[in-house]
Design a protein around this ligand. Structure first.
Ligand code: NAD
Ligand code: UDP
Ligand code: UDP
Length: 336
């Protein structure tokens, strides 16, 4: 009977030092650019066990080579559009191609990744009681009519364009996050990431910073897509990773903009890369792609107030760090 039952005591395993201290963290898309830097940072804490699930569409095992075989690290080849059964405390859900050329390559797969992938990770979070963070994007603001963009702006997005698999996909992913939060009490965090750059970006990724640096190192003309007056704000990857971890471990669901508010036209960016990498390279104007947002700059008031976060690395400090990484990978030595 009930009277004779001993008081419930936690299992000896749960009581052990191991279980008290360790945090098991899943990073989907952890073999990619931002994901692999997040792995590096989280692995610095000896209390963290990190599991990466990635299908290697745009990511690579190479980005994680220093951790393969480490006792606190695990790498799973997994596509997030399929269910995943594991036990974790935190889920950083990054899996999704981020560069336009890759997300347009198989648009249907991109939207499945955003919708089914996020649904599966929310189902996992619900089953195991994990907290989940989504890396949404400034693209949810579309071609914004409010400048700079604040989190309460609803956006100006084309639902049937060639970018929609990505930006509308992320908008549905955000909706799923908030519906699971309201309906099932899941602990959620939503980051709206603005353009991020740094070492380990795919060299032929197609994004503007990686294109310009690779072109400058190869002695090719920098391709500024017309008109060249469109703006972006570029965040160095270490700042981004700090922001994501603060958001995850803080008390606010978001959405919170994480990005660097320094705003540059693409022509200014080209001039800066030219000056820093090789003053001899040419700058060439080329045709643009449809629905290219004309301006983008985050309002980071919320991140400052709620997370105590702001970026530390300026574009002029970050570009040379990326140049160094690209030089090594392309085998181009610095001119004396
Ligand atoms: P990335 O392409 O380098 O990384 C994405 C990773 O997800 C890759 O390793 C890829 O193999 C993996 N992946 C893609 N589809 C998958 C699937 N179906 N199942 C499992 N893994 C899959 O891109 P990134 O720049 O590191 O971006 C990471 C996240 O940040 C993405 O969600 C992206 O939308 C978001 N984001 C990035 C930027 C940016 O400027 N880099 C801006 C806004 C938002
Ligand atoms: N899911 C998963 N891992 C889990 C639990 C669920 O991948 O540990 C998937 C599951 O296959 C489903 C999705 O998450 O497709 C949503 O799960 P939920 O339990 O919310 O919905 P249901 O299974 O009831 O449709
Ligand atoms: N862009 C450019 N040259 C390139 C690649 C991109 O001028 O070789 C421009 C592009 O038109 C856009 C900006 O750079 O205005 C950022 O493009 P990217 O694909 O890097 O990111 P996103 O459009 O997703 O912000």
């Amino acid at each position: 009977s009930n009277g004779t039952k001993p008081p419930p005591s936690p299992s000896p395993l749960r009581n052990s030092k191991f279980f008290q201290s360790n945090m098991r963290i899943l990073i989907t898309g952890g073999a990619g650019f931002i994901g692999s830097h997040l792995v590096d940072k989280l692995m610095e804490n000896e209390k963290n066990e990190v599991i990466v699930a990635d299908n290697y569409f745009t990511g690579s095992k190479d980005n994680l080579k220093k951790w393969i075989g480490h006792p606190r690290f695990e790498l799973i080849r997994h596509d997030v559009t399929e269910p995943l059964l594991i036990e974790v405390d935190r889920i950083y859900h990054l899996a999704c191609p981020a560069s336009p050329i890759f997300y347009k390559y198989n648009a249907v797969k991109t939207i499945k990744t955003n919708v089914l992938g996020t649904l599966n990770m929310l189902g996992l979070a619900k089953r195991v009681g994990a907290r989940i963070l989504l890396t949404s994007t400034s693209e949810v603001y579309g071609d914004p009519l409010v400048h700079p963009q604040t989190e309460d702006y609803w956006g100006n997005v084309n639902p049937i364009g060639v970018r929609s698999c990505y930006d509308e996909g992320k908008r549905v992913a955000e909706t799923l996050m908030f519906d699971y939060h309201r309906q099932h009490g899941i602990e959620i965090r939503v980051a709206r990431i603005f353009n991020t750059y740094g070492p380990r970006m795919n060299i032929d990724d197609g994004r503007v910073v990686s294109n310009f640096i690779a072109q400058a190192l190869r002695g090719e003309a920098l391709t500024v897509q017309a008109p060249g007056t469109q703006t972006r704000s570029f965040c160095y990857v270490s700042d981004m990773v700090d922001g994501l971890i603060r958001l995850m471990e803080g008390d606010n669901t978001g959405p919170i903009n994480i990005g660097n508010p320094g705003e540059f036209t693409m022509m200014e960016l080209a001039e800066t890369v030219k000056e820093l990498v090789d003053p001899a390279v040419k700058i060439q104007s080329v045709e643009n792609t449809p629905d290219d947002p004309r301006q983008r700059k985050p309002d980071i008031t919320k991140a400052k107030e709620l997370l105590g976060w702001e970026p530390k690395v300026s574009l002029r400090e970050g570009l040379p760090l990326m140049e160094e990484d690209f030089r090594q990978r392309l085998g181009v030595a610095k001119k004396k």
